[in-house]
Design a protein around this ligand. Structure first.
Ligand SMILES: CC(C)(COP(=O)(O)OP(=O)(O)OC[C@H]1O[C@@H](n2cnc3c(N)ncnc32)[C@H](O)[C@@H]1OP(=O)(O)O)[C@@H](O)C(=O)NCCC(=O)NCCS
Length: 313
């Protein structure tokens, strides 16, 4: 028996806030259209900041709050599909910025919007074989860099940001985690380096159907593994913050009590791998996520890929 124990979290959002009204000056949209379909009012876009800047700031916050020094960190993972460079990885540059030791296992991983939970699972596994007690798991995205800012179907959905967690492997705890992949080249695609400008292509309706299916399925699987009959036996559900309608749809199908599913996409939009750790950090700082609470998290997105985890905070 062993589980990842999240000791502390941090977050960093770029300074620049972009409202739906501001996007309406560039594309034919409105706050009413965007908010009613997604729950998003505004998001942050990087101007000066790089993805590394966001990752460093979120990671430092998490390490300070955990009371962890560079010597405590044996694993440093950055979940991202928008790294500053194809190489070196953001994790390698983060190692340098934080002064982590040379024996730290550092790499980026791309599981799109499920990336933070893939990172948590990977960090937990890697910690079994490192002399240092802690891992740093960061989700960091600069999605504004890969968006077509003239495509109203996608440019209103995403935002930039980073969230981080310091994680320890705890032999006295247990957790449940589920992972899935449905190789799909079309539903969400981001053009890689090449002659075409980078842009997100998405079949919004197909992604919506996929999301509500796998989020509900993951939650049911995790509840069953924990021997719980009702979702209301949980203290908190933190889904990837893609879209309020996806979350509300699943919450209704599962008969969840009001407020059980956390939502903050109104202020940040969809920050992909960063959305779950940003949400966790907001909850911890607000005193809404406390030790002993039973938390269920679900991420889903490009790949198509998804992941869920149930653990005690
Ligand atoms: C993207 C999403 C909000 C679109 O909502 P929808 O109701 O499916 O809308 P459609 O794409 O069918 O478009 C309906 C109309 O709105 C228009 N429209 C699209 N974006 C618009 C915008 N920002 N403002 C105004 N109108 C818009 C379309 O052009 C279309 O117009 P038409 O009927 O004249 O052709 C919805 O499909 C969704 O939430 N999908 C999941 C996306 C997601 O979360 N992805 C990330 C997962 S990690």
């Amino acid at each position: 028996m062993s589980a990842p124990h999240i000791l502390a979290t941090g977050r960093c959002l770029p300074e620049r806030v972009v409202t739906n009204e501001e996007l309406n000056q560039r594309v034919d949209t409105s706050d009413e259209w965007v908010f009613s379909r997604t729950g998003i009012h505004q998001r942050h876009f990087c101007e000066e900041e790089t993805g590394l800047d966001l990752a460093v700031s979120a990671a430092r916050q998490a390490m300070d709050r955990a009371g962890a020094t560079a010597a405590d960190i044996g694993v440093c993972l950055v979940a991202t599909f928008t790294p500053d460079h194809a190489s070196p990885s953001t994790a390698c540059l983060l190692q340098r910025e934080l002064g982590l030791e040379e024996d730290t296992v550092c790499f980026d991983l791309n599981a799109a919007c499920a990336g933070f939970l893939y990172g948590l699972k990977t960090a937990h596994a890697l910690l079994s074989d490192t002399p240092r007690p802690c891992a740093l798991v960061v989700g960091a995205e600069v999605i504004s860099r890969v968006m077509d800012h003239t495509d109203r179907g996608t440019c209103v959905l995403f935002g930039d940001g980073a969230g981080a967690a310091v994680v320890r492997r705890d032999a006295s705890r247990r957790w449940h985690a589920v992972f899935g992949t449905r190789g799909d080249p079309d539903s969400i695609r981001v053009q890689g380096p090449g002659p075409l400008p980078s842009a997100i292509h998405m079949d919004g309706r197909a992604v919506f159907r996929f999301a509500v299916e796998v989020v509900e399925q993951s939650i049911r699987q995790l509840l069953e593994r924990e021997g719980l009959v009702s979702i209301n036996d949980l203290d908190l559900v933190v889904c990837h913050q893609a879209n309020a309608r996806i979350i509300d749809f699943v919450a209704k199908r599962l008969g969840a009590r009001e407020g059980l599913f956390f939502k903050n996409m109104d202020r940040y939009g969809n920050t992909s791998a960063a959305s779950i750790p940003i949400a966790l950090d907001e909850l911890v700082q607000a005193g809404a996520l406390r030790p002993g609470m039973r938390v269920l998290m679900v991420g889903f997105g490009g790949g198509l890929t998804w992941a869920g985890a149930l653990l005690e905070w």
